[in-house]
Design a protein around this ligand. Structure first.
Ligand SMILES: [Zn+2]
Length: 941
């Protein structure tokens, strides 16, 4: 389909109502005036925006509009290889200088300092840079400048990196990547897109000459292909002057080649591709109907926004229908959804796509049903009630963004400016977008949306692509191209009827029938800044009013007991408890009816069972807070059994678990669980043979039992609520919850960590060789602020050591890390230290040795420099965390349960850490002698 037609359709939408008809001119979308955009004479573009949320930090980006599509055949993989070299030596930062320098600012490599290479873009970033020192900002610009044209690309550094990239290929080489790699030339006939997956060819990576890489760098990394983006707590004028000073001198060579968009040819005949892989656990059926992408220059017109709105509501309405279908046991797929987006990798071509995850052996039926539903939509359109819900959802999502407009984070702006530079995505001021769409969306009738469907959903073979990524299995008969074509033909031949939208027309809950309770007592905690209400039914409510996010209210209710109170007969029920309750209905509403009833609302609630506690977790916007309370009320009092949904879950579990042994990662995870907990069936991962023990009625009974006594619960509510509004709601929906006089329960001691030194080494047969190590050290220790800070610091320092020795020096792993925390799942809390390392199979022995040496050396001597970097990072992170609602919910939970204030003296405790105190702490931990090691290596083929 040609996009021109889609564009015209969008215009027609407009002309359907008088109100908008006068806007036929299609005004351009304004660019947010809060961002300074400029272009230097050499073509370099820059975006600078002052943003104070959060304060005192800034993000720096450089985006290049080139990627693997710009490689020559001899350079396949070098766009991505180059990205790695950006951290291995440049004009102003020798060796690992960029990583080292950033660490000194508390900016960690891998999270805040990172980059990615895709087929048509390469983007580098340094994020969360503290802005208090001007010199730090200058240095970050210097890093961007080095990336733009000052990389050293020395031969020996290149040689060192070959292994790292080769490892990354091996690690990423999962079933999907293998199949996509094989499928690409077939789904992109006659196009370079078929030959340019960024990871490239290992034959090139292992042997290319340095000059080939330098040639790519010099040819494409030029100011006219680059944008510098700076967002954060910065002085825009100063930043602009600095950018000019640093970058204006860079020259673009005469006759530099232009970046030309790579076209994707249309296909007259349908393309059918069937790929299979032994490690694939669930198949995927993908139907794509290609159409041209909106040309970049047309994206600045208001028509683009309207088109975007239309495809958004269309996908949503089809998705709702698909979800409804899955509730029928006869439905051939577990889940399916539709979308209009980029055709696989290519920005010059979009597609309307339907993706289904078929039940075992139902690939062809899934294909037929996906096509049938697309056809049904095309022939009959959507109903007014479906559209009302989709529009309400769209507008409430937009309203949520608008409400929070003053609290947008730096990366939200950074990504938007990147997309504006690379693909001309509009960046209107949020208030203009909000007001415009609020005016336009209600004036677009469902008929206008329906008119667009034939443009998106084609009825012929032209530009149709069917891609199936399937599980390979002995004895399985695979469909041929003819079978796939026959499934499509069968769907085309069907005589369909219009969809009927069944909606439950009643309120979620009749509040008049609930007897209100009372707030009986009120106290204040001035240290952590909250109010505590004692309710007439015994429940406790804690109100922590914040203004971190204007559109957010979070609630968590908890009490003690959890899974620990149940015995062996329920082990499997407990393992699926959260999913089974999650798919159940509430009150009179099945889960589908509930979903429909919640259209236009930004709200959610869930129950969950942890080992020692039960939780209700919910969130909403300030506007939908009453619905959040109603859902919570129903979770406590009236979870509705939904047999269809439950059956669906069982079929899905059956298939996933049957195929678990195919995935090395799943095999490894099973071994870790079994070894860690001493083969205690309570903690083993769920297995297919366990499924027969699952009893839905019993799960519902457990939910009822755990939540029958609201008097034992503490509800912590944090966020932007209005106290006068929330008090009556608390009396109506929380104080009214049933409660018994039973005194608070405690959990039972059931935790069984393996004791002493436990080693489990095994070999596994896999499609591509994989090796993974997981080490754990633990000890019973007092749960205190000081110990909690220390175990965290130990994990971070160890992570730093491993990154340096295992990854950077030896290339023995692509990634590796460590983490320290307290496990509070038993009466005696435990300090836990864990290391995780997906290894290079050829160097597995070396990697394991380095894991051991790392911790042994640290127990002898802690490096002062490393400790300082970790302290800086923790102090900076503390400021970021203190502005999150879930941080306060956790902090208050710990305070209520253990009487520990982890907030007030946190920074003081971090500052007091010394190399000796860390070393002593680590020795104390290791003295317990508890260490658990699980190592998986590949069987020789
Ligand atoms: Zn990489």
């Amino acid at each position: 389909m040609k996009l021109k037609k889609l564009f015209v359709a969008a215009l027609m939408l407009f002309s359907t109502t008088a109100m908008v008809a006068q806007q036929m001119q299609m005004p351009p979308i304004p660019v947010d005036p809060a961002v300074r955009i400029g272009k230097l004479d050499n073509g370099l573009t820059y975006y600078i925006r002052h943003n104070e949320y959060p304060e005192h930090v800034a993000n720096f980006y450089i985006a290049q509009r080139v990627g693997s599509i710009n490689e020559e055949e001899s350079q396949r993989g070098l766009a991505h290889f180059l990205e790695h070299m950006a951290f291995n030596g440049s004009e102003h930062f020798k060796g690992n200088g960029i990583i080292e320098f950033c660490r000194s600012l508390g900016v960690e490599f891998g999270s805040d300092l990172n980059a990615y290479t895709s087929i048509d873009q390469t983007v580098y970033r340094v994020c969360n840079v503290p802005t208090k020192r001007a010199t730090a900002l200058d240095s970050c610009l210097l890093i961007l400048k080095d990336w733009s044209n000052g990389l050293s690309l020395e031969a020996d550094e290149i040689d060192k990196e070959r292994d790292v990239v080769h490892n990354e290929w091996r690690l990423g080489e999962g079933p999907s990547q293998r199949m996509i790699q094989r499928a690409l030339p077939k789904v992109y006939p006659g196009s370079k897109y078929g030959e340019r997956l960024p990871i490239g060819l290992m034959s090139v990576i292992d042997s290319f000459k340095p000059k080939t890489l330098r040639a790519y760098y010099q040819k494409w990394y030029r100011p006219d292909n680059q944008a510098i983006i700076v967002v954060g707590d910065v002085d825009v004028d100063k930043m602009e002057a600095k950018i000019k000073e640093l970058f204006a001198g860079i020259k673009v060579p005469a006759n530099a080649p232009k970046v030309v968009a790579e076209a994707v040819p249309d296909n007259k005949e349908a393309i059918y591709v069937y790929e299979k892989d032994k490690e694939m656990q669930m198949s995927q059926v993908i139907v794509m109907m290609k159409h041209d992408a909106t040309p970049q220059e047309e994206k600045s017109s208001m028509a683009y926004l309207i088109q975007d709105y239309a495809v958004n509501v269309i996908s949503q309405m089809i998705n709702q229908r698909m979800t409804e279908l899955t509730q029928d046991a006869a439905c051939p797929f577990f889940q399916a959804f539709a979308d209009d987006s980029q055709y696989l990798l290519s920005k010059t071509k979009d597609c309307f796509e339907l993706i289904g995850v078929p039940k075992e052996g139902k690939d062809m039926e899934t294909l037929q049903v996906l096509y049938r539903e697309a056809k049904r939509a095309r022939e009959f359109g959507f109903t007014a009630s479906e559209y009302d819900r989709a529009r309400a959802d769209y507008l409430s999502g937009l309203e949520k963004r608008f409400t929070n407009r003053d609290k947008r984070k730096n990366d939200e702006f950074g990504n938007a400016y990147r997309d504006h530079y690379l693909t001309n995505e509009p960046i209107p001021p949020l208030d203009v977008l909000y007001q415009t769409m609020q005016q336009i969306a209600p004036s677009i009738p469902v008929q206008a949306i329906n008119q667009m469907l034939p443009e998106l959903i084609s009825a012929t073979d032209s530009n149709l692509v069917v891609l199936i990524l399937a599980q390979e299995k002995e004895g399985k008969v695979y469909p041929t191209e003819n079978d796939m074509a026959a499934a499509i033909a069968a769907a085309r031949a069907e005589k369909l009827e219009a969809y009927v939208d069944n909606v439950k027309d009643e309120p979620l809950l009749d509040a008049t029938k609930i007897k209100k309770g009372k707030i009986k007592k009120e106290t204040e905690n001035t240290v952590l800044g909250y109010k505590e209400l004692k309710l007439s039914n015994g429940a406790t409510v804690i109100l922590k009013k914040t203004d971190f996010k204007d559109d957010e209210v979070q609630m968590q209710a908890f009490s003690m007991g959890g899974k620990s109170l149940y015995g062996e007969a329920d082990y499997t029920n407990l393992k699926v408890f959260d999913s089974a309750i999650g798919l159940s209905g509430l009150g009179n509403f099945s889960s589908t009816e509930l979903q429909k009833a919640l259209a236009g609302k930004e709200v959610n609630a869930d129950l969950s069972l942890a080992n020692t506690r039960q939780y209700l977790t919910a969130h909403s916007t300030p506007k939908d807070i009453e619905t959040m309370f109603q859902m919570s009320y129903l979770y406590f009092t009236n979870v509705k059994k939904d047999d269809k949904q439950f059956q669906n879950l069982m079929t899905q579990l059956d298939m996933a678990l049957k195929n678990k042994s195919l995935s090395p990662d799943a095999v490894f995870s099973d071994s870790v669980a079994a070894t860690t907990y001493g083969h205690n069936p309570r903690f083993n991962n769920i297995d297919v043979k366990d499924l027969k023990d699952i009893d839905y009625d019993r799960i519902l009974a457990i939910a009822k039992e755990r939540f029958q006594n609201a008097g034992q619960f503490t509800f912590v509510i944090a966020g932007n609520f209005d106290e006068q509004t929330i008090r009556p709601l608390i009396e109506q929906y929380i104080a009214s919850l049933p409660a018994t006089k039973k005194k608070a329960e405690d959990f039972k001691e059931v935790m069984t960590f393996a004791k002493g030194k436990v080693v489990n080494q095994f070999k596994v047969k896999t499609e591509s060789p994989k090796a993974t190590a997981r080490e754990m050290w633990y000890a019973d220790m007092p749960y205190t602020l000081e110990n909690n800070v220390k175990i965290d610091a130990v994990g971070q320092i160890l992570s730093m050591i491993y990154l340096k020795t295992i990854r950077e020096d030896e290339s023995a792993a692509y990634s590796c890390g460590a983490v320290g925390y307290f496990s509070t799942g038993s009466k005696q809390p435990k300090a836990m230290l864990q290391a995780y390392c997906p290894m290079n199979p050829d160097k597995a022995e070396l990697a394991v040795r380095l894991i051991h040496e790392g911790i042994e050396n640290m127990a002898k001597k802690v490096d002062a420099d490393q400790l300082q970097k970790v302290k800086d990072y923790m102090l900076k992170q503390a400021d970021i965390d203190a502005k999150k609602n879930n941080y306060w919910i956790n902090t208050i939970n710990v305070f209520k349960e253990y009487g520990l204030d982890f907030h007030t003296d946190y920074k003081k405790t971090v500052e007091a850490l010394t190399v000796d105190s860390i070393r002593d702490f680590l020795n104390q931990l290791l003295k317990s002698g508890n260490s658990i090691e699980v190592i998986m290596t590949p069987e020789a083929k």
